[in-house]
Ligand binder design. Structure first.
Ligand code: SAM
Length: 242
């Protein structure tokens, strides 16, 4: 009991000490400005040599439409939570799918189910990947996915298909039921609609996640997953807590 209390006090002390150290280097306002400016630079104007960096990012040769810092975050989440099933809505060129499957291979646990209504040709092949063709919100697709999950499986979900608010909200309602307690429901690209990029996008993943969280107390946005400062998924790493 005493050891537990001492541990808690030490942890609180460490948090405050780190915060004070951080503020010695940079104020909170400047910190946000630096992060947002870099985010816009990284996302927006494109590099003269290689174009948009996030649009030209590859995992083992396959195009992956994610920020490398988010890929590292996923690696940490997958290692820590060891999902048996990772469902990805939105395959595109399959780079994200292959990344998840590679991490599953490295830790020798987990399979990936990836859905796209317009599947590309020559998607990456991997014995841990199952591709499904169709809309992520269609009954048929959801039925197929359910049939691939065993009752004891730990399930994680990544929403990265159509980013319009109504669609993401629909996915959130459907897939939140499949995620198991302690695992994550990642809402990708919450950065659009001015958070801080693409200000004219209109209501998107951020607005969908906000509405979902206001009605659903089984999930929280895990801010600790934003420790690398730049993320395309601010407030988007939702953890199922009950
Ligand atoms: C942002 S990309 C996915 C990027 C990919 N997850 C990655 O990490 O590289 C979005 C994909 O979602 C697909 N998509 C859009 N609406 C969809 C829907 N209703 N159901 C399934 N896939 C959809 C598109 O065809 C597109 O390939």
């Amino acid at each position: 009991m005493l050891a537990k209390t001492m541990g808690k006090i030490k942890n609180e002390f460490r948090i405050w000490r780190n915060l004070i150290r951080r503020r010695i280097y940079v104020s909170s306002r400047t910190e946000k400005e630096i992060i947002d400016q870099f985010h816009k630079l990284y996302y927006g104007p494109g590099n003269v040599f290689s174009g948009f960096p996030w649009f030209n990012t590859r995992w083992l040769g396959a195009k992956v439409l994610k920020c490398p810092l988010d890929l590292w975050t996923y690696q940490e989440i997958i290692f820590e939570t060891k999902p048996d099933i990772i469902i990805e809505c939105g395959t595109a060129d399959g780079g994200g799918t292959l990344f998840f499957a590679s991490i599953c291979s490295l830790i020798n646990n987990g399979r990936v189910i990836s859905v796209d209504y317009r599947p590309r040709e020559n998607l990456p092949k991997h014995d841990r990947i199952t591709y499904i063709e169709g809309s992520s919100v269609s009954d048929e697709v959801v039925h197929k996915i359910r049939n691939l999950i065993n009752p004891e499986d730990k399930v994680m979900v990544v929403l990265d298909s159509d980013h319009v608010k109504g669609h993401v909200l629909q996915e959130l309602h459907i897939y939140s039921r499949l995620v198991t307690v302690g695992n994550y429901l990642a809402v990708e690209d919450t950065n659009v609609n001015g958070h801080p990029v693409v200000p004219d996008f209109g209501p998107g993943p951020m607005e969908a996640a906000e509405e979902f969280l206001s009605e659903n107390k089984d999930f929280v946005a895990d801010k600790s997953r934003e420790k690398f400062y730049l993320t395309f998924n601010p407030d988007g790493y939702l953890k199922k807590i009950k």
